[in-house]
Design a protein around this ligand. Structure first.
Ligand code: KIV
Ligand code: NA
Length: 265
C-alpha cells in the first residue's frame, strides 16, 4: 500500500483505522517492520536504554538520534518515520529547530517532544515552520529526575491536568499525541476530546493507535521490571516477522492492549 503521510494520520482516525507503531533503531529491523504493516516507526530516545545500555534516556544526544534515524530511514518504503528530540534538544525554540532540521534531513517526517508548559511555544515554533510535531504526555521519561521514577501518571485530580495539556498541545499545532502510562479511562477521555490522533503505551485500548518499544515486544530482557503494558509477541509468533504481524493485527482489531496490559485507574 502507499506511504503513510501526516494528513493520512487524521484520515486513518476519521475512518476508524487504528494505527500500529513500534520503535526501531536500525535498518535490519526497519525493513521487517515496514514490510509487515507497521504504520509508524519511532526512532525513540529509548535507544539510550535498549541500545546504549543507559538506565535513562537522558544521555542521548542529537547526533545519536540523527545516526539511528538515518539508519532506519534509508530502507523505509511505507511507514511514517517519527524521531524523538532528545533531552535538552527542546530546551529552547532555536535548539529545537536546529535539532529538528537535522532529524528531518536524516529522513524523519515528524519529531516528537515531551510535555506541555513551556514546550507549547516550542511545538508552535516548529509547527509554524512546517515541521510536523508529535507530542508526548503522561509519563514523560525525560522527566525521570523530577518524577523520581517511571510510574503511572494522571491518577485522580492529576487527570484534569493531562486533559488540559492534551488540549494545549493540539492547539499549539501538534499533529499526533503519544499517551504513556495513564489510566485507561483517562486516555479514553483524552482521545474522545482530542482533535488529533492519540497513540497509547500503557494507556488502554481506546487510543487511536498503540506503540511499544521493539525490544519489549520481542521479549528481550530490559534489565528492568517488565511493565504490565508490555506483551511478548515473539513468544507466540515464532519469528520476528510473525511477531510484528501479530502485533499489527492485534492493534488493528483492538485485541491489544487487553485489560491485563492496562491501568484501570
Ligand atoms: O523513546 C521511546 O521509545 C518512546 C516511546 C515509548 C513512546 O518515546
Ligand atoms: Na522517547
Amino acid at each position: 500500500s502507499k506511504p503513510l503521510t501526516v494528513p493520512g494520520l487524521a484520515q486513518a482516525r476519521a475512518e476508524g483505522r487504528k494505527l500500529a507503531m513500534l520503535t526501531c533503531y536500525d535498518a535490519g529491523f526497519a525493513r521487517t517492520l515496514d514490510a509487515n504493516g507497521v504504520d509508524l516507526i519511532l526512532v525513540g530516545d529509548s535507544l539510550g536504554m535498549v541500545v546504549q545500555g543507559h538506565d535513562s534516556t537522558l544521555p542521548v544526544s542529537v547526533a545519536d538520534m540523527v545516526y539511528h534515524t538515518a539508519c532506519v530511514s534509508r530502507v523505509l518504503q511505507r511507514a511514517l518515520l517519527v524521531a524523538d528530540l532528545p533531552f535538552g534538544a527542546d530546551a529552547t525554540p532555536e535548539r529545537a529547530l536546529e535539532a529538528s532540521l537535522q532529524l528531518l534531513k536524516a529522513g524523519a517526517q515528524m519529531v516528537k517532544l515531551e510535555g506541555a508548559g513551556f514546550k507549547l511555544d516550542i511545538i508552535r515554533y516548529l509547527a509554524e515552520r512546517d515541521i510536523p510535531v508529535c507530542s508526548h504526555l503522561g509519563l514523560t521519561p525525560q522527566s525521570v529526575l523530577t518524577l523520581g521514577g517511571f510510574r503511572v501518571q494522571g491518577r485522580g485530580e492529576a487527570g484534569q491536568l493531562v486533559l488540559e495539556q492534551a488540549r494545549q498541545v493540539a492547539q499549539a499545532g501538534a499533529s499526533l499525541l503519544v499517551l504513556e502510562c495513564l489510566p485507561a479511562p483517562l486516555a479514553a477521555q483524552v482521545t474522545a476530546q482530542s482533535p488529533i490522533p492519540t497513540i497509547g503505551i500503557g494507556a488502554g485500548a481506546q487510543c487511536d493507535g498503540q506503540v511499544l518499544v521493539l525490544h519489549d515486544m520481542l521479549g528481550l530482557d530490559s534489565g528492568h521490571r517488565r511493565p504490565k503494558f508490555v506483551k511478548d509477541f515473539l513468544a507466540e509468533g515464532g519469528s520476528v516477522a510473525a511477531a510484528v504481524q501479530s502485533y499489527v493485527a492485534a492493534v488493528r482489531d483492538g485485541s491489544f492492549p487487553d485489560v491485563e496490559h492496562a491501568y484501570a485507574s
